[in-house]
Design a protein around this ligand. Structure first.
Ligand code: 13P
Length: 251
């Protein structure tokens, strides 16, 4: 069975409403019918606008960048999974390294967020990845295996089948220093083996594993041509119409 291909754009904390509107209009007008599913992940306050701009755009869906672990209540400033669902969101990025680093998100907290998102019928894009010292020490595979098992291995096979994994080496995020296609393939293949050990080969074979970290129009095709790289989670380059469209066409 062929695996789902995904090009996801993580806008992070960028673009005003007007800038976001112009970007989405330009993307949907020029994308045609994309070969991969294109998931746009704007800031929370852009979600409903982007949802209406995507009406009728083939192959595009909407993602959020985070979600609170509780369903509702006195959590000033937070956004819940039911709210995201009501805005037409289908995917939620969880465990981005920026959330882990700047907002103290732990593996255990992320396990709760994953549960909440799945309960609402949304699909987590679960991020993992090692910092530079861990890569240099050579323990990067063990590091990523530990992140995945701590936050995802409590799931039933049925729930796990909705997960998308994004491998984002921290040293490659926003640095212009991309993992080589071989480095990405090595890790993606290790992740797939780990999933096979725990959930079986069939599940491992159908789980999309995206690469993130300085993906651009020039390197996307060589990354996406690796057998275990099923697409990308793109930061900076997803804010530029032509650059992101080229990435979307790199499958
Ligand atoms: P850059 O593509 O800007 O390196 O960001 C990657 C990322 O963090 C996507 O989530």
């Amino acid at each position: 069975m062929s695996r789902q291909k995904i090009a996801a754009g993580n806008w992070k904390m960028n673009l005003t409403l007007e800038e976001g509107r112009l970007l989405v209009e330009a993307l949907t007008q020029s994308a045609g019918t994309p070969k991969a599913e294109v998931v746009l992940c704007p800031p929370f306050m852009h979600l409903t606008m982007v949802k209406s701009l995507l009406a009728g755009a083939d192959g595009f869906s909407l993602g959020a960048q985070n979600c609170h672990q509780e369903l509702k209540g006195a959590f000033t400033g937070e956004v819940s999974a039911p709210m995201l669902k009501s805005a037409g969101v289908e995917y939620v990025i969880l465990g981005h390294s920026e959330r882990r680093e700047y907002f103290g998100e732990t593996d255990a907290l992320l396990a709760k967020k994953v549960d909440r998102v799945l309960e609402e019928g949304l699909r987590p894009i679960f991020c993992c990845g090692e910092p530079l010292p861990i890569r240099e020490e050579g323990t990067h595979v063990a590091h990523v295996r530990a992140q995945i098992s701590a936050s995802l291995f409590h799931l039933s096979p049925d729930l796990f089948s909705r997960i998308v994994i994004a491998y984002e080496p921290i040293w490659a995020i926003g640095t212009g220093r991309t993992a080589s296609p071989e480095q990405a393939q090595e890790m993606h293949s290790a992740i797939r083996s780990l999933l096979a050990e725990h959930f079986g080969a069939e599940m491992a074979g159908q789980t999309p594993i995206l690469y993130g970290g300085s993906v651009n129009a020039g390197n996307a095709a060589s990354l996406f041509s690796q057998p275990d790289v099923d697409g990308g989670l793109v930061g900076g380059a997803s804010l530029k119409t032509e650059e992101f469209l080229q990435i979307v066409r790199s499958f």
